[in-house]
Design a protein around this ligand. Structure first.
Ligand SMILES: Nc1nc2c(ncn2[C@@H]2O[C@H](COP(=O)(O)OP(=O)(O)OP(=O)(O)O)[C@@H](O)[C@H]2O)c(=O)[nH]1
Length: 446
């Protein structure tokens, strides 16, 4: 390029907020205006002579070369977008307006940094996606898996974890943790970082450059060349409910995360905290609607749902199912003699003992008052149900300690019904078991 031409261009183009870049037929920068340093992080001297394509993000190189060829063939382009890797490793989004100068055999292009716009757009998309995910996910791990994907589109996040604060003050509980290969147990540093974020209520970044500012414990655990981490508090308007963690391998002495990334994560983590709270509230409302408040056992409604499902399974597999109807004997006397609170305590204790008599998959429910039912699935023979009935009689014999140091015992009448022998639907089976229980109670009274 002629010296005078270059000098004239430079005088005016250095005034522009956008950068002017001139590239020769071989794709080398022959001129860049001073705005390039702000946008790409390299000085003009560092850029001139370098291959333009080497600064482009590898994923965008093929289409960048195709667009450059089209411009060289005479098709001016005023809206091509691609991404460059700045000298500090950060990615910048560039919108190009370019044309080919046949006379000079040069490609003249104007670069506009649209990173902030792109990030704002990406953030909008992420916030919308988080809100959608909160509605669509059935449970917290599913929600967090989706949030991992959403945040991964904004920031480097091969490692990602969400730890929630526990009511009883025990250490944070990791509800979700994954590395680049998928779900994985949390790194020991994740626990320490999480606790530090929770203690301070502030974001904490671990990287080679932040090491001197970390607590001694974190610094020791991170070692001299740590991966890069950001821990952001999950804060609702009222509470600090947990911590969100990102981990990236960084590389050499580079920090994977900038202040801007941290701000972005803080913003996103507020939305995540709100989504978690909404999900938890929804789960607790659902639990309350399906469980008995006193014993926490499934209530009558959930029992009927479970019975229907169990019967459908038994029909499909042509297997047996048994129903146990349990009614405590003379429970009213407990209330009358020891007080309602002791009656409540006894009901809770009975519920616990009943659960201990069956497998995890079986359902123990409280129908109301002193009536309980148990659904036993995949019974091989009726004698199995009889054995469990006997076991229940046995465990109820153990005295129940009362707060004043005294104790009481309770017995129960139990009726058993088997599917398909005593009924083909839930109502028939329940009626049969109820009557069998009643028969047993009469015998005991007599
Ligand atoms: N403490 C307590 N008592 C309850 C609760 N729900 C119902 N009850 C009482 O439980 C008793 C149940 O009545 P019954 O089944 O007739 O009493 P029972 O003495 O066991 O009678 P039998 O079954 O014939 O032996 C009533 O006194 C209710 O007030 C509860 O949640 N807590």
């Amino acid at each position: 390029m002629k010296k005078s031409f270059s000098a004239t261009i430079a005088r005016f183009t250095d005034l522009l907020m956008d950068a002017v870049c001139i590239v020769d037929v071989d794709g080398r920068f022959v001129f860049v205006s001073s705005a390039c340093e702000r946008i790409f992080g390299y000085t003009q001297q560092e850029m001139i002579g370098r291959q333009m394509i080497d600064l482009v993000l590898p994923a965008d190189r093929a289409r960048t070369l195709a667009a450059a060829r089209a411009i060289t063939d005479g098709q001016a382009n005023s809206s091509f977008e691609n991404r460059y890797v700045r000298k500090d490793g950060q990615i910048v989004h560039i919108m190009w307006s370019a044309c080919w100068s046949e006379a000079d055999q040069l490609r003249v292009a104007v670069a506009r940094d649209v990173t902030a716009i792109k990030q704002a757009e990406a953030m909008q998309v992420a916030l919308y996606a988080i809100s959608e995910a909160a509605h669509a996910s059935d449970d917290l791990p599913t929600l967090f898996q989706r949030v991992h994907q959403i945040i991964g589109a904004l920031l480097p996040a091969p490692g990602f974890g969400v730890a929630l604060r526990r009511e009883d003050g025990r250490p944070l509980q990791f509800t979700y943790h994954a590395n680049a290969d998928g779900p994985a147990p949390p790194h020991p540093l994740a626990h320490l970082l999480g606790e530090e974020v929770l203690r301070s209520g502030l974001p904490v970044r671990i990287s080679p450059t932040t090491l001197p500012y970390l607590t001694a414990q974190l610094r020791a655990a991170a070692g001299p060349a740590p991966d890069c981490w950001i821990g952001a508090p999950l804060a609702t308007t009222k509470d600090l409910i947990g911590v969100l963690l990102l981990q990236s391998s960084g590389g050499q002495s580079q920090d994977s995360y900038t202040d801007r990334d941290q701000d972005l994560l803080m913003f996103v983590s507020k939305q995540v905290a709100t989504a978690i709270q909404r999900k938890q509230l929804h789960s607790s409302l659902r639990f309350m609607a399906q469980h008995d408040e006193l014993t926490q056992l499934p209530n009558r409604r959930l029992f009927h749902d479970r019975l229907e499902m169990a019967l459908a399974r038994a029909q499909r597999h042509q297997s047996m199912l048994s129903l146990l109807f349990i009614d405590l004997n003379k429970f009213k006397e407990v209330n009358d003699s020891f007080g309602h609170a002791c009656g409540d305590l006894l009901l809770r204790k009975v519920a616990q003992r009943l659960k201990e008599c069956v497998r995890e998959a079986d359902t123990v429910a409280r129908l109301g008052g002193d009536e309980f039912v148990i659904i036993l699935e995949e019974m091989l023979v009726p004698e199995d149900a009889a054995q469990i009935r006997d076991k229940i009689h046995q465990v109820l014999l153990a005295p129940i300690l009362l707060p004043d140091g005294s104790s009481l015992t309770i017995t129960a009448s139990i009726g058993v019904a088997h599917y398909p022998e005593h009924g083909s639907d839930g109502q028939q089976l329940l009626r049969y078991a109820d009557q069998a229980m009643y028969g047993s109670k009469l015998q005991k009274v007599d």
